[in-house]
Design a protein around this ligand. Sequence first.
Ligand code: FUB
Ligand code: ZN
Length: 618
Amino acid sequence: MKRLPVLAVALLLAGACQAPQEENMKMLTPVSFSSVTINDAFWTPRLLIHKNVTLPVCIDQIENQTGRIRNFENAAKGEGEHSGIFFDDSDVYKALEGMAYSLQIEPDPGLEAKCDEWVAKFAAAQQPDGYLNTFYTLTGLENRWHDMDRHEMYCAGHMTEAAVAYYQATGRRRLLEVSERMANHMMSVFGPGKRHWVPGHEEIELALVKLYEVTGEKKYLDFAGWLLDERGHGYGSYGDDRVWPAVYYQDEVPVRELSRITGHAVRSMYLYCGMADVAAYTGDRELMAALDRLWDHVVNRNMYITGGIGQSSRNEGITEDYDLPNLTAYCETCASVGMVFWNWRMNQFTGDAKYIDVMERSLYNGALAGISLRGDRFFYVNPLESLGGHHRQEWFGCACCPSQICRFIPSVGNYAYATSEKALWVNLYMGSDVTVNLAGKEMKVHQTTAYPWDGSVALELGLQKPVKGEIRLRIPGWCKDYTVAVNGSAVSAPVEKGYVVLRSKWKDKDKIELVMTMPVEVVAADPRVKEDEGKRAVQRGPIVYCIEEVDNPEGFDNLALSEGMDFKLEKLPKRQWWGHEIMQISARTGEGEMTLIPYFAWDNREAGKMKVWIPFND
Ligand code: FUB
Ligand code: ZN
């Protein structure tokens, strides 16, 4: 893929930005996807499909099939109806964020013009006092800031994230200025000595930290911290027809005291991201300790094997510990993407690979299942079993998941690399080129791999002058056996928090090879998960597999795994899978053979039943 004229954008940004005043205390700094050129058999087709199929689908839905963009036009005129749900503005902002990320990967004047057009519509819809929300503008501004579940700050947060992305892609500040005006409006109404407010759907907190990072205005960081501290004191008021208790909104205890995930899954994820982002600048240890406790509660008691969370459609969220039903699992696509966002942040604090293991699980399974291989259909709910009636759709009345995927896919390069003072951290394996700063020297890295289908990875370095430093390669939790070689010679290196640490004086053309054995694994669930008693799931590397009826038409309901099975791997022809490489597994059991495909690839062919957890005969 072509690159942006990065220097030009960098100069523009340098002229307009102030550095944040506070030091970011995270141990690792992620390398932005805009500096990572992906050239990879698994990810490149997805990026192309995103640009050529998913973005046009989202734009068409927003402009033509639904009233989302018209709401902004009407709000600008101050007349006409609001159509759709009260938080539909957020989908437009998330799609714009995806468009802006796409521009950072590859310039496209047509797409850029579309972004400018939308930004002009947002700006025109802003009220003189800075308020921007088409629902209240069109249904009665006198009702605004009344019901904390009405997502006004949620929409403002998504606008802010889009504004930062658009600014980074184009150097244009227009939407950033709109976002700042909205933020200033919110701070004129709420804050210390003013009104209390607990956003019913978190999102604004992490967005305010981004706004702080890009403008250098500490008041945004402070406001994010203040909003976090509003929770858990009984200030929340969620409408006259209030349905949910405070626990649904993560408003039952102060954030520093949290130790259990509760309520709505996506809201929880965005809250934890906001807590991590604020803690990164304030060094708040209590927030970090709470996040540690929450992580343990989420990952060890409430997470599916796919990295999805949220067991129930009732509250779009959490039920009881170890209650993990498969057929009725909610596992909203946004919640899996939220798991990626949050675990990425946790890794940056600690340099611990256990967070990337979870991030990778949610990424390759729960999140990727959210979009069809063709890029034009979406899952909102991602159950681990289907009786044949669950299918991706073109769009949804509540379209948070399509717009989430729209912004997530192009930024996937964010998750591959990070740096610290004297180390490069390789978190995800994907064919890519990146230039980083290692111990003060510019170092190019060229990564080649056929991951996630194969565990061999090669890194070749490009250096003007030798540099002393560390290269830390993540050894995924699933990997039991690996070898590392430098310039063809096997090395035995220490492993720290899940990373093999290679210390050397690196020079130009040095080559590092990591070979991870990637067997097919048959895994059992925690015995406390009653639903999975007597069942097993199949996993290979980071990929969770499932059986689909289309591959196993005979006796699907009676298929069972058993001890001592033989597994055969087969790469399927790309033309049958919309240009994607798919590794199929055939399992020969006592009774016959069954065919498994990656969970993310299910429901792309003939409709039918599906199962991740399969009965096991021992
Ligand atoms: O409420 C906004 C979004 O819509 C949530 O994150 C999703 O769960 C869906 O309810
Ligand atoms: Zn969603």
